[in-house]
Write a protein that binds this ligand. Structure first.
Ligand code: GLN
Length: 198
């Protein structure tokens, strides 16, 4: 069965994610309305500005709808602002958005001089280092026991997975390297195979 992955298209880097998912061999579509979630097997929440994305998600009913999507066992992948949207807790007392992934996130965690930069990262589950673009990136401060740390940069967590949830501080959609999207596509295939069996 072919799998379809959506990219939440309220704000942020949508087209780039669609291109990377297609390069990884899956069907990908932009998602603007909650009704469109039914036909999807997984979803990407892109980078952008998390406060804006969170506001638009509330306005269009995506908070409840994506919690339900998660409860159905369908995978979610948040990059940069999307990672912030997934988190259970935001440092500084800001209100969480989806509150699904057991981690505390620090927004704009890299100082001014290091606001935007590129580096090579080792990512658990991917053989060779991945080129990573960081733009006013958040980092993952603390994680719960169920969270698997996938990548660390300067002792800080920059990618993690908790079951069907995947999060990255950087922008994997801004390079030609689509291996993290392929990793997510595998998560989606596994999750839907598990569901068919159940
Ligand atoms: N700084 C943004 C935020 O806090 C995230 C930046 C990004 O997604 N590139 O929402």
């Amino acid at each position: 069965m072919a799998h379809k992955i959506g990219v939440l298209a309220l704000q942020g880097a949508v087209a780039e994610h669609i291109r990377s998912l297609q390069s990884a061999g899956v069907e990908a579509v932009a998602v603007k309305r909650t009704e469109e979630l039914d036909e999807l097997d997984g979803i990407v929440i892109p980078g952008g500005e998390s406060t804006t994305i969170g506001k638009l998600m509330r306005k269009y009913g995506f908070i409840e709808a994506l919690r339900e999507f998660n409860a159905q066992g369908k995978p979610l992948f948040g990059t940069c602002a999307g990672l912030i949207v997934l988190a259970k807790e935001l440092q500084g007392g800001e209100e969480a958005h989806l509150g699904l992934m057991d981690m505390t996130v620090v927004r704009n965690a890299f100082g001014r001089q290091r606001e935007s930069f590129e580096t090579e990262l080792n990512i658990k589950g991917i053989d060779e280092p991945v080129r990573a673009v960081f733009i006013r990136a958040p980092l993952i401060g603390q994680v719960g026991a169920d969270v698997d740390v996938l990548s660390v940069y300067n002792d800080e967590i920059v990618a993690a997975r908790q079951g069907t949830l995947l999060a990255a501080s950087f922008h994997p959609e801004l390079t030609d390297d689509y291996r993290l999207h392929a990793y997510f596509a595998d998560m989606v295939r596994e999750a839907s195979a598990a569901k068919t069996k159940a």
